[in-house]
Design a protein around this ligand. Sequence first.
Ligand SMILES: Nc1ncnc2c1ncn2[C@@H]1O[C@H](COP(=O)(O)OP(=O)(O)OP(=O)(O)O)[C@@H](O)[C@H]1O
Ligand SMILES: [Mg+2]
Length: 500
Amino acid sequence: MAKTTYLLEMNHIVKQFPGVKALDDANLKLLPGTVHALMGENGAGKSTLMKCLFGIYLEDAGEIFLKGEKIHFTNPKQALEHGVSMVHQELNQVSQTRVMDNIWLGRFPGNSLWVDEKEMYQQTKAIFDKLGIDVDPREKVGHLSVSQCQMIEIAKAVSYDAQIIVMDEPTSSLTEKEVEHLFRIINQLRDQGCGIIYISHKMEEILRICDEVTIMRDGKWIATHEAKDLTTDKIINLMVGRDLTHRFPPKTNKPGETILEVNHLTAFYKPTVEDASFKLRKGEILGIAGLMGSKRTELLETIFGIRHKEDGEIILHGKTIENKSAKESIKNGFALLTEERRKTGIFDVLDIKFNAMIANLPRYTNKLGVTNDQKIKEDTDWVIESMKVKTPSQKEKIRSLSGGNQQKVILGRWLLTEPEILMLDEPTRGIDVGAKYEIYQLIIDLANKDKGIIMISSEMPELLGITDRILVMSNGRVAGIVETKDTNQEEILRLAAKYL
Ligand SMILES: Nc1ncnc2c1ncn2[C@@H]1O[C@H](COP(=O)(O)OP(=O)(O)OP(=O)(O)O)[C@@H](O)[C@H]1O
Ligand SMILES: [Mg+2]
């Protein structure tokens, strides 16, 4: 029997994909006027459960009640019309359309022959004003930042008068300021009685913004608690099903002599990286800290040749190199794992095998141009095993993997190239706590093989946990380089604010 006090009840949901039981008795009970976190490791079934609610997937078994009434949506439009809306993990808006068309698509004001543009503009503007969104409704979606796109999705939810809003990893690419804005909107919606389902791997956020937490493991419901009764350690314990006493593997790497020198590097388009200098040693893990917008990504992109450099030099093994393009950089022994999965060009419809080896073709092709299929298969197995990618087989389309597992395949593909200099931009974003440990171990292993590693991270514990030194960027400049063992969070934050 469904109780009417719940806005939403999902009971005993089962969903089987070929080779994977994504959901196996999953439950969720959402109260009105609350923010409810849905947590679990990569591949636990969080996104799948929400897609069943939203009518994207059809569950094999189980029941869904909306305000006590049994429902069964067969497509997202139905869900929206019943006040259920979802901001997806991977946004897919039509980039050539205008913002307001995107919001009112399929239900334009006016009649069937004529769209009331003025009305559409005003209604959009009214919602934007209410939410504090500063975007012109006539702007093309393609011109917006990720955070603006997300705000538009939330505005769309509000325009449908949504009572339930699902947010799947909404803050993964937002700046601190944008996160604050999002949280204000979430609070506003909660006060109006909305129920918000919030999926995230960021513990601090969960404990701050959520009222209740439901934890899933292997497609199953594990527990639901009030957030005030939980701690990070308790959540981790419930997520992975065991105590994770060590968040970081032992640091066994020993930095040796300098392999890379970057001197007075300035990028071409202003405002950007200015006069950046640092050295990287063999077997060293150099962290890069800084606030969002401090141009950390731009620094790596300039070294990698994706951005033009205006000035400065890059010296590898005592020899000046140019790195004029990504191709040249890869040849010189550099690799860059970029921040945005969608922009890194994962080949959505292709299988994991292909995605794992694409960066690596020369390794599999002999002088006659014949590819070595056995080697490809072995290496792909290595990626799947060492990164613990949750998938039934190599032939699985990467699109059907969970968000975090996609990230692991891409990271694995760069690790396979065994570069001299491995540059990682937020390598553990969207990755659960258990899998993070494996990734740290792989990074340390590479350092032990004398590779030089540069790693941007916004997670302070991670920087302090596995790096040897930390370079702090502030407003496009190097504010300081500190020894990890002698520094602390306060010093890093102070440096990050140095040139603001
Ligand atoms: N369309 C699909 N076809 C086949 N398998 C799928 C499909 N969608 C999801 N899966 C599988 O179902 C399982 C659950 O995936 P889901 O995306 O729900 O995980 P998640 O909890 O959202 O993880 P993450 O934190 O990485 O986003 C995974 O093993 C995934 O590979
Ligand atoms: Mg997901």
